[in-house]
Design a binder for this molecule. Sequence first.
Ligand code: HEM
Ligand SMILES: CC(C)=CCC/C(C)=C/CC/C(C)=C/COP(=O)(O)OP(=O)(O)O
Length: 328
Amino acid sequence: MIASPPNDPDGLLPAASASLTGTVTGKLDRRSGNGFQPGLLLHDLWVLAKARVVSLLVFTAAVGEILAPHALIHWQAALAGLLGIALAGGAGGVLNQIVEPDLDQHMRRTLHRPLAEGRISRRGAMLYAMVLMSAAIAILAWGTNPLTLVLTLAGTVGYGVVYTLYLKPSTPWNIVWGGLAGALPPLIGWTAITGSIAALPVVLVLLVFVWTPAHFWPLAINCRRDYAKACIPMLPCTHGIDRTRKEVLNYAILTWGVSLIPALLTGDWIYGGIAWLSGAWFVGMALRLKALPEGPEMDQYARSMFAYSISYLFLLYTGLILGRLLIG
Ligand code: HEM
Ligand SMILES: CC(C)=CCC/C(C)=C/CC/C(C)=C/COP(=O)(O)OP(=O)(O)O
Protein backbone atom coordinates (compact mmCIF):
# COMPACT_ATOMS: atom_id res chain seq x y z
CA MET A 1 0.00 0.00 0.00
CA ILE A 2 1.17 3.54 -0.75
CA ALA A 3 1.40 5.90 2.23
CA SER A 4 -0.22 9.37 2.20
CA PRO A 5 2.22 12.13 1.31
CA PRO A 6 3.68 14.04 4.31
CA ASN A 7 1.55 17.15 3.64
CA ASP A 8 -1.63 15.24 2.86
CA PRO A 9 -2.38 13.13 5.90
CA ASP A 10 -6.08 12.88 4.97
CA GLY A 11 -5.28 11.57 1.49
CA LEU A 12 -7.34 14.30 -0.21
CA LEU A 13 -4.95 14.82 -3.11
CA PRO A 14 -5.72 13.10 -6.45
CA ALA A 15 -5.29 9.34 -6.23
CA ALA A 16 -3.75 9.24 -9.72
CA SER A 17 -0.55 10.73 -8.36
CA ALA A 18 -0.11 8.07 -5.68
CA SER A 19 2.84 6.48 -7.44
CA LEU A 20 4.70 9.77 -7.43
CA THR A 21 4.08 10.41 -3.74
CA GLY A 22 5.06 6.83 -3.00
CA THR A 23 8.48 7.66 -4.45
CA VAL A 24 8.66 10.69 -2.17
CA THR A 25 7.84 8.68 0.93
CA GLY A 26 10.42 6.06 0.00
CA LYS A 27 13.07 8.72 -0.41
CA LEU A 28 12.22 10.24 3.00
CA ASP A 29 12.56 6.83 4.62
CA ARG A 30 15.95 6.33 3.02
CA ARG A 31 17.23 9.70 4.20
CA SER A 32 15.94 9.58 7.78
CA GLY A 33 18.85 7.41 8.99
CA ASN A 34 21.55 9.62 7.45
CA GLY A 35 21.69 12.32 10.16
CA PHE A 36 22.49 16.01 9.56
CA GLN A 37 24.30 16.66 6.27
CA PRO A 38 25.58 20.26 5.85
CA GLY A 39 26.16 19.73 2.10
CA LEU A 40 22.57 18.62 1.60
CA LEU A 41 21.28 21.58 3.65
CA LEU A 42 23.27 24.04 1.51
CA HIS A 43 21.96 22.38 -1.64
CA ASP A 44 18.40 22.60 -0.28
CA LEU A 45 18.81 26.32 0.50
CA TRP A 46 20.09 26.83 -3.07
CA VAL A 47 17.13 24.96 -4.58
CA LEU A 48 14.66 26.71 -2.25
CA ALA A 49 15.85 30.11 -3.47
CA LYS A 50 15.46 28.96 -7.14
CA ALA A 51 19.04 30.11 -7.59
CA ARG A 52 19.32 29.16 -11.29
CA VAL A 53 16.28 31.23 -12.26
CA VAL A 54 17.53 34.06 -10.04
CA SER A 55 20.89 34.01 -11.86
CA LEU A 56 19.15 35.05 -15.12
CA LEU A 57 17.09 37.68 -13.26
CA VAL A 58 20.33 39.13 -11.88
CA PHE A 59 21.93 39.03 -15.34
CA THR A 60 19.05 41.02 -16.89
CA ALA A 61 19.34 43.50 -14.01
CA ALA A 62 23.09 43.81 -14.62
CA VAL A 63 22.40 44.66 -18.26
CA GLY A 64 19.90 47.33 -17.12
CA GLU A 65 22.72 48.79 -14.99
CA ILE A 66 25.37 48.65 -17.72
CA LEU A 67 23.07 50.45 -20.16
CA ALA A 68 22.32 53.21 -17.63
CA PRO A 69 24.42 56.39 -17.88
CA HIS A 70 27.54 56.56 -15.66
CA ALA A 71 27.14 53.03 -14.26
CA LEU A 72 30.85 52.76 -13.43
CA ILE A 73 30.82 55.89 -11.30
CA HIS A 74 27.94 54.46 -9.25
CA TRP A 75 29.55 51.05 -8.76
CA GLN A 76 28.42 50.78 -5.13
CA ALA A 77 24.77 51.29 -6.10
CA ALA A 78 25.28 48.81 -8.95
CA LEU A 79 26.61 46.12 -6.60
CA ALA A 80 23.93 46.80 -3.98
CA GLY A 81 21.23 46.60 -6.69
CA LEU A 82 22.44 43.20 -7.93
CA LEU A 83 22.80 41.78 -4.43
CA GLY A 84 19.39 43.12 -3.43
CA ILE A 85 17.67 41.61 -6.50
CA ALA A 86 19.41 38.24 -5.93
CA LEU A 87 18.28 38.11 -2.29
CA ALA A 88 14.75 39.40 -2.98
CA GLY A 89 14.36 37.05 -5.97
CA GLY A 90 15.49 34.16 -3.75
CA ALA A 91 12.93 35.18 -1.11
CA GLY A 92 10.24 35.08 -3.84
CA GLY A 93 11.29 31.53 -4.74
CA VAL A 94 11.12 30.43 -1.09
CA LEU A 95 7.66 32.01 -0.61
CA ASN A 96 6.49 30.17 -3.74
CA GLN A 97 7.60 26.81 -2.33
CA ILE A 98 6.16 27.50 1.13
CA VAL A 99 2.73 27.81 -0.52
CA GLU A 100 3.10 24.81 -2.85
CA PRO A 101 4.58 21.69 -1.20
CA ASP A 102 1.41 19.71 -1.96
CA LEU A 103 1.50 20.73 -5.60
CA ASP A 104 5.25 20.10 -5.85
CA GLN A 105 4.76 16.55 -4.55
CA HIS A 106 2.52 15.82 -7.49
CA MET A 107 4.82 16.90 -10.29
CA ARG A 108 7.74 14.74 -11.44
CA ARG A 109 9.75 17.95 -12.06
CA THR A 110 9.37 19.24 -8.51
CA LEU A 111 8.74 16.27 -6.23
CA HIS A 112 12.29 16.21 -4.82
CA ARG A 113 12.18 19.83 -3.62
CA PRO A 114 13.15 20.23 0.06
CA LEU A 115 9.67 21.18 1.34
CA ALA A 116 7.92 18.62 -0.85
CA GLU A 117 10.13 15.89 0.62
CA GLY A 118 9.81 17.28 4.14
CA ARG A 119 13.56 17.88 4.63
CA ILE A 120 12.85 21.54 5.47
CA SER A 121 9.76 22.63 7.42
CA ARG A 122 7.44 25.47 6.42
CA ARG A 123 8.54 27.36 9.54
CA GLY A 124 12.23 26.93 8.66
CA ALA A 125 11.55 28.08 5.10
CA MET A 126 9.62 31.12 6.36
CA LEU A 127 12.57 32.06 8.57
CA TYR A 128 14.89 31.69 5.55
CA ALA A 129 12.61 33.90 3.40
CA MET A 130 12.56 36.54 6.15
CA VAL A 131 16.37 36.54 6.45
CA LEU A 132 16.77 36.88 2.66
CA MET A 133 14.15 39.63 2.43
CA SER A 134 15.50 41.59 5.43
CA ALA A 135 19.00 41.48 3.94
CA ALA A 136 17.64 42.60 0.56
CA ILE A 137 15.75 45.54 2.10
CA ALA A 138 18.75 46.61 4.21
CA ILE A 139 21.16 46.47 1.24
CA LEU A 140 18.81 48.25 -1.18
CA ALA A 141 17.87 50.93 1.38
CA TRP A 142 21.53 51.54 2.19
CA GLY A 143 23.04 51.29 -1.30
CA THR A 144 20.36 52.38 -3.79
CA ASN A 145 17.22 54.55 -3.63
CA PRO A 146 13.53 54.31 -2.61
CA LEU A 147 12.29 53.70 -6.18
CA THR A 148 14.59 50.66 -6.55
CA LEU A 149 13.51 49.33 -3.16
CA VAL A 150 9.79 49.66 -4.02
CA LEU A 151 10.19 48.01 -7.46
CA THR A 152 12.12 45.09 -5.96
CA LEU A 153 9.53 44.60 -3.22
CA ALA A 154 6.84 44.66 -5.92
CA GLY A 155 8.77 41.90 -7.76
CA THR A 156 8.92 39.63 -4.70
CA VAL A 157 5.30 40.23 -3.67
CA GLY A 158 4.12 39.98 -7.30
CA TYR A 159 5.73 36.54 -7.74
CA GLY A 160 5.74 35.08 -4.20
CA VAL A 161 2.22 36.23 -3.26
CA VAL A 162 0.08 37.51 -6.17
CA TYR A 163 1.17 34.94 -8.79
CA THR A 164 1.65 31.96 -6.45
CA LEU A 165 -1.36 32.40 -4.16
CA TYR A 166 -3.93 33.99 -6.45
CA LEU A 167 -3.12 33.81 -10.18
CA LYS A 168 -1.56 30.34 -10.52
CA PRO A 169 -4.48 28.39 -9.00
CA SER A 170 -7.23 30.48 -10.60
CA THR A 171 -6.56 31.39 -14.26
CA PRO A 172 -4.78 29.89 -17.29
CA TRP A 173 -3.43 33.37 -18.02
CA ASN A 174 -1.58 33.21 -14.65
CA ILE A 175 1.89 33.45 -16.16
CA VAL A 176 1.07 36.34 -18.47
CA TRP A 177 0.39 38.61 -15.49
CA GLY A 178 2.72 36.78 -13.10
CA GLY A 179 5.50 37.31 -15.64
CA LEU A 180 5.44 41.03 -14.92
CA ALA A 181 7.26 40.42 -11.61
CA GLY A 182 10.07 38.51 -13.30
CA ALA A 183 10.28 41.16 -16.04
CA LEU A 184 11.13 44.00 -13.63
CA PRO A 185 14.89 43.40 -13.02
CA PRO A 186 16.24 45.34 -16.07
CA LEU A 187 14.29 48.39 -14.88
CA ILE A 188 15.41 47.80 -11.28
CA GLY A 189 19.02 47.69 -12.49
CA TRP A 190 18.53 50.97 -14.34
CA THR A 191 16.84 52.73 -11.39
CA ALA A 192 19.57 51.52 -9.00
CA ILE A 193 21.98 53.69 -11.01
CA THR A 194 19.78 56.61 -12.06
CA GLY A 195 16.93 56.76 -9.51
CA SER A 196 14.49 57.36 -12.38
CA ILE A 197 12.60 55.56 -15.18
CA ALA A 198 13.36 55.88 -18.91
CA ALA A 199 12.11 54.48 -22.22
CA LEU A 200 14.92 51.94 -22.87
CA PRO A 201 14.58 49.96 -19.60
CA VAL A 202 10.78 50.01 -19.95
CA VAL A 203 11.19 48.35 -23.38
CA LEU A 204 13.51 45.79 -21.74
CA VAL A 205 10.76 45.01 -19.19
CA LEU A 206 8.28 44.64 -22.05
CA LEU A 207 10.71 42.25 -23.75
CA VAL A 208 10.86 39.84 -20.77
CA PHE A 209 7.10 40.27 -20.24
CA VAL A 210 6.23 39.09 -23.78
CA TRP A 211 8.97 36.42 -23.72
CA THR A 212 7.62 34.73 -20.56
CA PRO A 213 4.59 32.93 -22.09
CA ALA A 214 6.71 31.53 -24.95
CA HIS A 215 9.27 30.51 -22.27
CA PHE A 216 6.85 28.72 -20.01
CA TRP A 217 3.99 27.28 -22.10
CA PRO A 218 6.24 24.81 -24.01
CA LEU A 219 7.26 23.42 -20.60
CA ALA A 220 3.59 23.41 -19.55
CA ILE A 221 2.80 21.35 -22.70
CA ASN A 222 5.52 18.91 -21.69
CA CYS A 223 4.25 18.68 -18.09
CA ARG A 224 0.50 18.99 -18.85
CA ARG A 225 -0.45 15.64 -17.34
CA ASP A 226 1.18 16.54 -14.01
CA TYR A 227 -0.51 19.98 -13.98
CA ALA A 228 -3.87 18.32 -14.69
CA LYS A 229 -3.37 15.82 -11.85
CA ALA A 230 -2.48 18.66 -9.50
CA CYS A 231 -5.58 20.61 -10.69
CA ILE A 232 -3.57 23.67 -11.76
CA PRO A 233 -5.39 25.42 -14.64
CA MET A 234 -2.41 25.78 -17.00
CA LEU A 235 -3.33 26.71 -20.58
CA PRO A 236 -2.67 23.27 -22.17
CA CYS A 237 -5.03 21.70 -19.59
CA THR A 238 -7.84 24.27 -19.90
CA HIS A 239 -7.67 25.22 -23.60
CA GLY A 240 -5.86 22.24 -25.14
CA ILE A 241 -2.51 21.75 -26.84
CA ASP A 242 -3.42 23.33 -30.18
CA ARG A 243 -4.55 26.61 -28.63
CA THR A 244 -1.40 26.66 -26.45
CA ARG A 245 0.88 26.09 -29.45
CA LYS A 246 -0.91 28.93 -31.28
CA GLU A 247 -0.34 31.25 -28.30
CA VAL A 248 3.33 30.19 -28.10
CA LEU A 249 3.73 31.18 -31.76
CA ASN A 250 1.92 34.52 -31.20
CA TYR A 251 4.12 35.39 -28.23
CA ALA A 252 7.30 34.23 -30.02
CA ILE A 253 6.51 36.59 -32.92
CA LEU A 254 5.65 39.38 -30.45
CA THR A 255 8.94 38.82 -28.62
CA TRP A 256 10.85 38.92 -31.91
CA GLY A 257 9.19 42.24 -32.77
CA VAL A 258 9.72 43.82 -29.33
CA SER A 259 13.35 42.62 -29.30
CA LEU A 260 14.08 44.82 -32.31
CA ILE A 261 12.88 48.03 -30.60
CA PRO A 262 16.11 48.57 -28.55
CA ALA A 263 18.09 48.40 -31.82
CA LEU A 264 15.83 51.09 -33.29
CA LEU A 265 16.13 53.23 -30.13
CA THR A 266 19.91 53.02 -29.92
CA GLY A 267 21.00 52.33 -33.53
CA ASP A 268 22.98 49.38 -32.19
CA TRP A 269 23.33 47.06 -35.21
CA ILE A 270 25.34 44.39 -33.35
CA TYR A 271 22.44 43.85 -30.96
CA GLY A 272 19.98 44.23 -33.86
CA GLY A 273 21.68 41.39 -35.77
CA ILE A 274 21.73 39.09 -32.73
CA ALA A 275 18.07 39.88 -31.96
CA TRP A 276 17.01 39.29 -35.55
CA LEU A 277 18.74 35.91 -35.89
CA SER A 278 18.02 34.48 -32.44
CA GLY A 279 14.38 35.66 -32.70
CA ALA A 280 13.96 34.09 -36.14
CA TRP A 281 15.20 30.80 -34.65
CA PHE A 282 12.71 31.11 -31.76
CA VAL A 283 9.80 31.75 -34.15
CA GLY A 284 11.02 28.82 -36.30
CA MET A 285 10.88 26.55 -33.24
CA ALA A 286 7.37 27.75 -32.41
CA LEU A 287 6.27 26.98 -36.00
CA ARG A 288 7.77 23.50 -35.83
CA LEU A 289 6.16 22.88 -32.42
CA LYS A 290 2.80 23.86 -33.95
CA ALA A 291 3.30 21.58 -36.95
CA LEU A 292 4.32 18.41 -35.09
CA PRO A 293 1.65 15.75 -34.53
CA GLU A 294 0.82 15.18 -30.87
CA GLY A 295 3.00 12.48 -29.33
CA PRO A 296 6.39 11.85 -27.71
CA GLU A 297 8.28 13.77 -30.42
CA MET A 298 6.16 16.88 -29.84
CA ASP A 299 6.62 16.54 -26.06
CA GLN A 300 10.38 16.29 -26.52
CA TYR A 301 10.44 19.26 -28.91
CA ALA A 302 8.42 21.38 -26.46
CA ARG A 303 11.12 20.67 -23.86
CA SER A 304 13.82 21.77 -26.36
CA MET A 305 11.96 25.00 -27.07
CA PHE A 306 11.74 25.72 -23.32
CA ALA A 307 15.52 25.17 -23.05
CA TYR A 308 16.18 27.42 -26.06
CA SER A 309 13.95 30.18 -24.61
CA ILE A 310 16.44 30.57 -21.76
CA SER A 311 19.47 30.71 -24.09
CA TYR A 312 17.51 33.15 -26.29
CA LEU A 313 16.90 35.65 -23.47
CA PHE A 314 20.52 35.29 -22.39
CA LEU A 315 21.68 35.93 -25.98
CA LEU A 316 19.49 39.03 -26.33
CA TYR A 317 20.81 40.58 -23.13
CA THR A 318 24.39 39.61 -23.98
CA GLY A 319 23.86 41.31 -27.35
CA LEU A 320 22.84 44.51 -25.57
CA ILE A 321 26.08 44.55 -23.56
CA LEU A 322 28.22 43.68 -26.60
CA GLY A 323 26.64 46.52 -28.55
CA ARG A 324 27.26 48.96 -25.69
CA LEU A 325 30.90 47.87 -25.31
CA LEU A 326 31.74 47.77 -29.03
CA ILE A 327 29.60 50.61 -30.40
CA GLY A 328 29.15 52.77 -27.31
C1 HEM B 1 5.76 33.94 -14.21
C2 HEM B 1 6.82 33.86 -15.01
C3 HEM B 1 7.63 32.59 -15.18
C4 HEM B 1 7.22 31.29 -15.09
C5 HEM B 1 5.82 30.77 -14.81
C6 HEM B 1 8.40 30.47 -15.26
C7 HEM B 1 8.43 29.10 -15.18
C8 HEM B 1 9.57 28.35 -15.13
C9 HEM B 1 9.60 26.97 -14.76
C10 HEM B 1 8.40 26.15 -14.33
C11 HEM B 1 10.87 26.56 -14.82
C12 HEM B 1 11.42 25.19 -14.49
C13 HEM B 1 11.99 25.33 -13.12
C14 HEM B 1 12.47 24.05 -12.56
O1 HEM B 1 12.39 23.00 -13.21
O2 HEM B 1 12.91 24.13 -11.41
C15 HEM B 1 11.66 27.68 -15.24
C16 HEM B 1 13.01 27.63 -15.43
C17 HEM B 1 13.77 28.72 -15.67
N1 HEM B 1 13.32 30.01 -15.78
FE1 HEM B 1 11.40 30.62 -15.80
N2 HEM B 1 9.49 31.28 -15.48
C18 HEM B 1 9.05 32.56 -15.43
C19 HEM B 1 9.82 33.67 -15.56
C20 HEM B 1 11.18 33.65 -15.72
C21 HEM B 1 11.99 34.82 -15.83
C22 HEM B 1 11.46 36.24 -15.79
C23 HEM B 1 13.27 34.40 -15.96
C24 HEM B 1 14.53 35.21 -16.10
C25 HEM B 1 14.58 36.39 -16.62
C26 HEM B 1 13.27 32.97 -15.94
C27 HEM B 1 14.38 32.16 -16.06
C28 HEM B 1 14.40 30.82 -15.94
C29 HEM B 1 15.61 30.01 -15.96
C30 HEM B 1 17.04 30.50 -16.11
C31 HEM B 1 15.20 28.69 -15.78
C32 HEM B 1 16.10 27.44 -15.75
C33 HEM B 1 16.33 27.02 -14.34
C34 HEM B 1 17.13 25.73 -14.28
O3 HEM B 1 17.82 25.37 -15.22
O4 HEM B 1 17.03 25.08 -13.23
N3 HEM B 1 11.98 32.54 -15.81
N4 HEM B 1 10.84 28.76 -15.43
C1 LIG C 1 12.38 41.43 -9.05
C2 LIG C 1 12.14 40.23 -8.29
C3 LIG C 1 12.67 40.20 -6.95
C4 LIG C 1 11.42 39.24 -8.88
C5 LIG C 1 11.25 37.89 -8.39
C6 LIG C 1 10.42 37.19 -9.41
C7 LIG C 1 10.80 35.77 -9.63
C8 LIG C 1 11.64 35.02 -8.63
C9 LIG C 1 10.38 35.21 -10.76
C10 LIG C 1 10.68 33.84 -11.14
C11 LIG C 1 9.56 33.24 -11.92
C12 LIG C 1 9.51 31.74 -11.78
C13 LIG C 1 10.66 30.95 -11.31
C14 LIG C 1 8.41 31.13 -12.04
C15 LIG C 1 8.27 29.68 -11.84
O1 LIG C 1 6.90 29.40 -11.94
P1 LIG C 1 6.24 28.42 -10.91
O2 LIG C 1 6.45 28.97 -9.54
O3 LIG C 1 4.85 28.20 -11.34
O4 LIG C 1 7.11 27.13 -11.17
P2 LIG C 1 7.36 25.84 -10.31
O5 LIG C 1 6.32 24.88 -10.75
O6 LIG C 1 8.74 25.43 -10.75
O7 LIG C 1 7.29 26.20 -8.85
